[in-house]
Ligand binder design. Structure first.
Ligand code: NCD
Length: 314
């Protein structure tokens, strides 16, 4: 298995075996992510984080991962303060970033932006979200969270609810869940249902998802409930958005019908789709899930930047 110098544009860039390897290395990152152990394995390496779209967790956890492994970070979170506002193309910005850094983390509103960037850069490009496209590192941390909370992926029932059309996290996640043998249920109204192309792909993998509009009908069989925000910024107009805004709400009343060991996940940020009262229940794992983001990104950076990285951190 060779990870050095690779781009991470889609989760499909990795085989199942490679994904399992990344998750194994992730576990070893725990003491450094917690600040219990110090590491300098990425000393002298620079990460450029180029964020053309808002982010809290993804950008900060990448930067934290790099710093905790002894590396440095440069970048921007507001493209309006860069030469982008003077009309510079992303391609030119990427060409510059590759000469300033060893790895580029890119978030962009256009689907396909990370793929394009990878063609302009000889340094690894990591997709931190491309429009409604993919979000592969979120998928790795989601998978890590499910595996560590449930002990396995195979045969568990995962219900994904909310904006399955524009939510990029569920696009990447449903593919790997099918790959590892989970059963999928997609809960959304037609307007926000999973793109047909992704559903067809899952069918070809032998994992035909169940489709439903009702969360109440599906909650009792779920082992994992993955909730998503309605991606207001991707709707063509406010009228369309208002038709679906506030449609699903996970609260204690709903969870009365759930298995005792159901876990509720969310990539965050949440708006109103999970009531605050759920935070203190045994079901809530979304903050832990976000915390796992640092470990996963540490593992990935080690693998992309250090030859034969095995998770040794000293
Ligand atoms: C998600 C994203 O940006 O796709 N957030 C994240 O990276 N944790 C989900 C969202 O914005 O709703």
């Amino acid at each position: 298995m060779e990870f050095m110098g690779r781009d991470v544009v889609s989760i499909k860039d990795f085989s199942g075996e490679e994904i399992e390897h990344i998750l194994d290395i992730t576990k070893k990152m725990h003491p450094v992510a917690e600040g219990e152990k110090k590491s300098n394995i990425l000393e002298g390496k620079v990460l450029a984080s180029l964020f053309y779209e808002p982010s809290t967790r993804t950008r900060l956890s990448f930067e934290s991962a790099m710093l905790r492994l002894g590396g440095s970070t440069i970048g921007f979170a507001e493209p309006d303060n860069t030469s982008f506002s003077k009309g510079e193309t992303m391609a030119d910005t990427i060409k510059m970033a590759e000469s300033y850094a060893d790895v580029i983390v890119l978030r962009h509103p256009n689907e396909g932006a990370a793929k394009l960037a990878s063609q302009f850069s000889s340094k690894p490009v990591i997709n931190a979200g491309d429009g409604a496209g993919q979000h592969p590192t979120q998928t790795l941390l989601d998978l890590y969270t499910i595996k560590s909370e449930k002990g396995k992926i195979k045969d568990i029932n995962v219900v994904l609810v909310g904006d399955l059309k524009y939510g990029r996290t569920v696009h990447s996640l449903s593919y790997v869940l099918a790959l590892f043998g989970a059963n999928l249920t997609f809960v959304a109204p037609n307007l926000m249902q999973m793109p047909q192309e992704i559903i067809n792909n899952l069918k070809e993998m032998g994992k035909t998802p169940a489709l439903n509009e009702s969360l109440y009908e599906t909650i009792s069989d779920a082992d994992v409930l993955y909730v998503t925000r309605i991606q207001k910024e991707r709707f063509p107009d406010d009228e369309e958005y208002l038709k679906v805004a506030g449609l699903y709400k996970v609260d204690k009343a709903l969870l009365k019908n759930a298995k005792e060991n159901l876990i509720v996940m969310h990539p965050l940020p949440r708006v109103d789709e999970i009531a605050f009262e759920v935070d203190s229940t045994q079901h809530a794992v979304y903050f832990k899930q976000a915390k796992n983001g640092v470990m996963v990104r540490m593992a990935l950076l080690g693998l992309l930047l250090i030859p034969d990285f095995d998770g040794g951190v000293i």
